[in-house]
Write a protein that binds this ligand. Sequence first.
Ligand SMILES: [Zn+2]
Length: 168
Amino acid sequence: MLIAAMNPCKCGYHGDPKRDCRCSPREVENYRNRISGPLLDRIDIHVEVPAVTFQELQGRGDGGESSAIIRARVEAARDIQGQRFGAATTTTNASMSSRQLKACCQLDETSRGYLEQAMNELHLSARAHDRILKVARTLADLAASEHIRADDILEAVQFRSLDRKLFS
Ligand SMILES: [Zn+2]
């Protein structure tokens, strides 16, 4: 598994609610272009992480789910995937073949509409299209939903944030 982090821009404050980014749009674009599109394409999930305040660092972490609870949910989703692929060598949604993708990621009319709109408006690649379906399938599994729901597609599209053109 690859997990990578990058600053949003050269000064580090782009998108920060409390501090202003000092970079010009061109500088932000140049900075982000240092990571190639084909590389970003191969990363399943892009997430923006806001800066943590001193108070949050000092907090006791109340209200959040425990790792044990999250682990149980992930294991349940893994079980569903194990049953789905049966004797096939595939064990996770991420490693589905294109044939399995077609069979296991059927969309209803609404979901298909959302995905088509995202593909067109965000100019997503065929690879991103398949990643959205796989991530949506996993979101549905985490919720123990047999079918991919429209919300799963919308959430999976959100995880392609770095594919979007910043300034069009
Ligand atoms: Zn900046």
